[in-house]
Design a protein around this ligand. Structure first.
Ligand SMILES: [Zn+2]
Length: 403
């Protein structure tokens, strides 16, 4: 194989194979930003896998602009549904608009011991290395099925994979479990927090700012509610309900967006803000939300005494359950062996793992690169991480091909 000079130079002890790098380059070159179609990538991967005898199913979004791919390499005895492992990755990436990139984000580029490109960490490298290992899996002969699950619209709320999972369930495919290759530094993650997001809308009453008692200041009331959320966040940080296995060991609350008012000399009529809770299994988002609502409602009589049309309303924007496999299951055992990771980790960011888990497909998260580099300009992954991912696949091949 004629590897380019810079690839051979990097081929030290902890460098990935050229086939893996080629596959990563190929996937990164499809500009699959969530708002755009991913069909070119999906069709290319489908054709590649069918070339190795895989059976494939596409599930589409309503406009048929995007698709999930579920592909199965059956075991030698023809078993395509019982046991085995799913390698799962989302195909979409976040936009690069307005970000200062030093290289073309859609050309994976070696810079020293790092590969730069949109999606190299989050999360095309894991899928690419799995795909690059397909010839190895097939040559050695699978004793159990191997599946690929490539989804669309993960970055905008884990939307696409729901259809893939429903289809897999409907067809009676029952894998031992699923490995989600989100960037964990190749550490084995077996739990993540749940997340809920809401919007609060405060309707006040406009008045000239020299006559504040005749108005209802929506910005002020919204800020009182924001302050209440801040106080609750501090209590959670200082409280006893903590789990040290998480990167942030307690439930967090956070206000990310606030909009209100039009001019400094007008008592503002409207203010809205959006906030989230990332919660441990120990904490109940419904209980938090009903207390918050109670606090907000206590403000309404005074508002309506000034102007009857005022109100405080809430909308739930999104809801993602957490999952926790730290008590162990067959998938955790396999992944623990493949990752050579004695410690089980827990993280605060959400993934598709919770959705697989809820559909009785136990999931773990393990992939190359780090979440700190995800969504950033000059997103990168170290070659050493890619080599670790290859070592993981090698051990997985031993497991899947063992008689
Ligand atoms: Zn991701």
């Amino acid at each position: 194989m004629n590897a380019p000079e810079h690839v051979r130079a990097a081929a030290s002890s902890m460098a990935p194979a050229v086939t893996s790098l080629d596959m990563i380059r190929r996937l990164v070159a499809f500009p699959t930003v969530s708002r755009d179609s991913n069909l070119a990538l999906i069709e290319w991967v489908r054709d590649y896998l069918e070339g190795f005898g895989a059976t494939t199913t596409l599930t589409f979004d309503d406009e048929r602009r995007k698709a999930n791919l579920f592909a199965t390499l059956a075991a030698r005895d023809g078993n395509a549904t019982r046991g085995g492992v799913v390698l799962s990755g989302h195909t979409d990436v976040v936009p690069v608009d307005g970000q200062p990139w030093d290289t073309d984000p859609f050309q994976a580029t070696l810079v020293g011991d790092r590969l730069h490109g949109r999606g190299v960490a989050d999360m095309k490298s894991f899928s690419a290395i799995g795909l690059a290992f397909v010839p190895t899996f097939v040559e050695r002969g699978l004793a159990r099925p191997l599946h690929f699950a490539l989804s669309y619209d993960e970055e905008v709320g884990c939307i696409g994979v729901r259809r893939l999972i429903a289809d897999v369930r409907a067809r009676g495919v029952a894998p031992t479990g699923c490995i989600i290759g989100e960037p964990t530094g190749m550490q084995l993650v077996v739990a993540h927090k749940g997340r809920r997001t809401w919007r609060c809308r405060v309707r006040g009453h406009e008045a000239h700012s020299s006559l504040t008692p005749r108005g209802v200041n929506a910005v002020q009331i919204a800020c009182d509610i924001v302050a209440w959320i801040g106080g609750r966040a501090q209590a959670l940080r200082d409280g006893h309900r903590q789990d040290a296995a998480y990167d942030v060991p307690y439930t967090t609350l956070h206000v990310g967006v606030i909009q209100g008012g039009t001019a400094v000399n007008i008592v503002p009529r409207d203010c809205s803000f959006e906030f989230e809770m990332r919660y441990l299994p120990l904490d109940d988002p419904d209980a938090f939300f009903s207390e918050l609502r109670h606090f907000a409602e206590s403000r309404v009589p005074a508002m309506q005494a000034v102007a009857p049309a005022t109100f405080i309303e809430f909308d739930t924007l999104s809801s993602m359950t957490g999952f926790d496999g730290s008590n162990g299951n067959a998938m955790v055992d396999i992944a623990r062996d493949c990752a050579q990771s004695p410690l089980l980790h827990k993280v605060s960011f959400g993934t598709e793992a919770a959705l697989f888990d809820a559909a009785s497909i136990p999931a773990v998260i393990c992939g190359p690169g780090h979440i700190e580099q995800a969504h950033q300009p000059n997103e990168w992954v170290r070659l050493e991480q890619l080599a670790r991912c290859e070592a993981f696949m090698e051990r997985l091949a031993r497991h899947l091909c063992a008689r």
